[in-house]
Design a protein around this ligand. Structure first.
Ligand code: IVH
Length: 686
């Protein structure tokens, strides 16, 4: 099979296959960030866009659909934080419509299938945390999160603290069993108060009300949950024994009688026109309710029709979510300020006349960099359009030119650092101005210190932004190396530091000495080294010293590391001050080596090899194969690249096989893999 002979169709299919794999990986990752970590990196709109592309590709090439595709399931595996709970019926998701036309097309399909006398139940799409509440003979017995849709987490104790969740249903006689589903949310005013409190005590605020609700619900201590004014709206049911509902509206009515909270905004209409009226109304009045909504959900009201329409593996066919477009508002840009971050990059941001947009009050919005300000031509005093889409940081879209005042002048990027006064530099080819005053710029230092102790790095609880800047101001700490010599006596002088808080902070500092070295690498503030890169480097080198003495070429040769990162790492370790910092950390007892790799690993038969597994193996599972390969010293990568040494292909290999063929990477079968592992002699070999 040579490339020149493959037909266009085949090539298209091969390309689609690669893209499908890529999309699935991205979607799984972002779903994990969103559902498990409550820390999304992309907006819902961007996520939906990726999902749409995947759905389209799978529709065009149905043979590429696999049972584990993100289109086929509803979430991701839950964390182990709370006991797992199996849902009686899968908690499905909803398909989306992004325009009235898409909604029309959906309704047309429905009416073709079940006839024109269908009624539609219209509701707001609540931007909260999905929960399932089980009542046995009228008593609340369990609350669970959605998890991956099949298995969620038991959050009964926390759910019980939510005031609008009834502990008992007020229907007589109560049904044998009913599991209702809904969203737990934090009202917007409560969200804003909570964030003020958090920032006031030096903690990081939540990005939006949904994250705040998720964070409040996923607390080990239900007392913390109880202190947050969470609330519930019920919108569907998962299981019912001893009660039947003829329609969705009938179910909602039943809930109201049972004192299960149902939003007063739901409406049942007779036709599509009614749906579109509802939609237009709520798009315009979305902030007249005090909880965040991100669209409207339309459901077929009659249960018989719902049953007839059924569901796909991830969503019912009888319901659809219409997503509102991101919201925009105008306000006055008071001035443009700049902020110097931990790596010295200086970012301009807009200081705004407070404006309510996308459900929250926005007072600042990012302007990214100098070129962006110039491109948008926003000037101080301008009336500007501000946009906020769900989770995303608010941004300035552009000025309203008709409202520009006469004297408004183009903004000039400051020539010196706002924190230390050092002249800024902008290197050829870079978009950013930087403050070159490494180590002595207060703004860089405080950002560095709080990044070092953050949850994603050394995880020192109690050493946040506020305490950090205090310690820097007092001159007790100049960089993270000094954290380990702080004394009880010093801490006792800080405002608000009583016995317990001092002990906790000292214990947290002590505990941070024993973190895996990737966390230290993240905390060291090496340009271009984030979590993923740090983990790759830690795995490849195993110790800070080995990394410090590696050459650019050695680092560049590691799978997943490019020349830019390699240069940055080498440069960082070459700096005298950084070496001195490492020495201090070492003397303080901070771990510099990961658990010693076994001798076999270093001298193993596959030492230094990067391999990729694809397809099913007969003699072992994928996990086992990975473990054995790693024990033999190999790095098992998830995708094929030029740096791959060889690919192990089992039964029905995936696109990684095609990629290996394309790149001319060696492909071996299971037998040969076992031989290379040293587990079985190959044919004709001793
Ligand atoms: S009905 C079988 N109604 O949005 C369909 N869901 O993006 C069950 N959501 O999983 C859901 N408001 O957690 C329904 N009025 C509403 C909703 C709603 C928010 C959530 C729900 C669902 C997700 C899908």
């Amino acid at each position: 099979m040579t490339a020149s002979r493959t037909s266009t169709a085949e090539r298209e299919r091969a390309e689609a296959k690669l893209r499908v794999e890529e999309l699935r990986e991205q979607l799984n990752y972002h779903a994990y960030r969103y559902h498990v970590l409550d820390d999304p990196e992309i907006s819902d709109a961007e996520y939906d866009e990726l999902m749409r592309e995947l759905v389209e590709l799978e529709e065009r090439f149905p043979e590429l659909v696999t049972p584990d595709s993100p289109t086929q399931r509803v979430g991701v595996t839950p964390t182990d934080l709370f006991a797992p709970v199996q849902h009686r019926a899968v908690m499905l998701s909803l398909d989306n419509a992004f325009s009235p036309d898409e909604l029309r097309a959906w309704a047309a399909r429905i009416e073709r299938a079940v006839g024109p006398d269908v009624r539609y139940a219209c509701e707001l799409k609540i931007d909260g945390v999905a929960v399932a509440l089980t009542y046995e003979r009228g008593s609340l017995v369990r609350g669970a999160t959605r998890g991956d849709g099949r298995v969620g987490e038991d959050i009964t104790a926390n759910v019980r603290t939510v005031r609008s969740v009834p502990q008992r249903l007020t229907v007589d006689p109560p049904p044998e069993l009913i599991e209702v589903r809904g969203e737990i949310y934090l009202p917007v005013p409560a969200f804003e108060r909570l964030n003020e409190e958090l920032t006031g005590s030096g903690q990081r605020p939540f990005a939006n009300p949904r994250n705040a609700a998720a964070g409040s619900l996923r607390q080990k201590d239900p007392k913390v949950t109880a202190s947050r004014p969470l609330s519930l709206w019920v919108h569907s049911f998962g299981w019912a024994e001893g009660v039947r509902f003829e329609s969705h509206s009938g179910f909602l009515e039943w809930c109201r009688n049972a004192r299960l909270p149902v939003p007063p905004t739901s409406e049942t209409v007779d036709d599509l026109d009614g749906v579109l009226r509802y939609l237009r109304h709520w798009e315009e009045h979305r902030h007249s309710v005090d909880w965040e909504i991100d669209g409207v959900v339309v459901k077929v009201d009659q249960t018989v029709y719902q049953d007839e329409l059924g569901a796909t593996s991830h969503a019912p066919r009888w319901a659809i979510a219409y997503k509102f477009p991101p919201e925009e508002r105008t306000t006055v840009l008071r001035r443009i300020d700049v902020h110097t971050g931990r790596t010295g990059v200086v970012t301009p941001f807009a200081v705004l006349e407070p404006v309510h947009v996308g459900g929250v009050t926005v007072t600042t919005a990012t302007l990214h960099n100098e070129d962006e300000v110039r491109r948008k031509d926003v000037r101080e005093g301008d009336t500007v359009i501000v946009r906020r889409a769900g989770d995303v940081i608010p941004e300035v879209v552009g000025p309203v030119l008709s409202k520009r005042t006469k004297g408004a002048r183009p903004w000039r990027f400051p020539r010196t650092c706002g924190s230390c006064g050092t002249p800024l530099v902008r290197r050829e080819g870079e978009a950013y101005w930087r403050c070159p005053n490494k180590r002595a710029c207060p703004s860089q230092n405080v950002e560095w210190l709080s990044a070092f102790s953050s949850r994603g790095a050394m995880d020192i609880e109690g050493l946040g932004y506020k305490t950090g800047s205090l310690l820097l101001d007092l001159g007790w700490v100049a960089d993270p190396g000094d954290v380990y010599s702080l004394t009880r006596e010093q801490l006792a002088q800080l405002p608000g530091f009583k016995e317990k808080r001092i002990r906790n902070l000292l214990e947290a500092i002590e505990a941070s000495k024993d973190r895996p070295i990737w966390r230290l690498l993240v905390g060291l503030n090496i340009p271009h080294v984030g979590t993923t890169t740090a983990q790759i480097l830690a795995r490849a080198f195993g110790s800070i010293d080995r990394l410090a003495s590696a050459t650019r070429e050695e680092i560049d040769a590691v799978e997943g590391i490019g020349p830019e990162i390699a240069s940055s790492v080498v440069e960082w370790f070459r700096d005298e001050r950084n070496r001195a910092l490492l020495d201090r950390l070492r003397r303080a007892g901070v771990r510099m080596v990961d658990e010693a790799p076994s001798a076999r690993r270093e001298a193993g038969p596959l030492a230094g090899k990067t391999i990729v597994l694809t397809g099913g193996l007969e003699s072992m599972s994928r996990d086992e194969a990975t473990r054995l390969a790693e024990e033999a010293g190999a790095h098992v990568a998830s995708s094929v690249s030029k740096k791959t040494d060889f690919v192990v292909a089992g039964a029905s290999p995936g696109s990684k096989y095609d990629k290996a063929v394309q790149l001319g990477i060696e492909i071996v079968d299971e037998r040969e893999f076992l031989r290379r592992l040293g587990g079985m002699p190959g044919e004709g070999e001793a």
